[in-house]
Design a binder for this molecule. Sequence first.
Ligand code: AMP
Length: 113
Amino acid sequence: MSDCLFCKIIAGEIPSAKAYENDQVYAFRDIAPMAPTHVLVVPKKHVPSLAGADGLTDAELAACLRACAAVAAQEGLEGGFRVVSNCGDDACQSVKHLHFHVLGGRKMTEGMA
Ligand code: AMP
């Protein structure tokens, strides 16, 4: 999508701090980190959110979760990590390209909401 921020990042039109990449997924450091490790895992194919995941193959969707685990391992998050995907306005999704936040490097708060 030509007007999508994350599509532009994937295309290299907007700079990012790459953390991981494979054929299906690109991952980069969040510009406003909320934990010592805060990486965004993004499918290279544009879908707006998890609610639009029918636009991905099962393999592409699975690749996102496998990439989250790969990022966590690469970042040394042996103590644990949290994966969050905000979907829609009630969840305060601000970028309308499916992404998974991988957060770690400190003890997470118990509440998720
Ligand atoms: P969400 O609110 O779940 O849609 O998450 C979007 C995330 O994208 C936020 O955590 C932002 O800090 C992050 N973000 C926005 N612009 C950039 C950028 N240019 N590079 C890296 N992260 C970004």
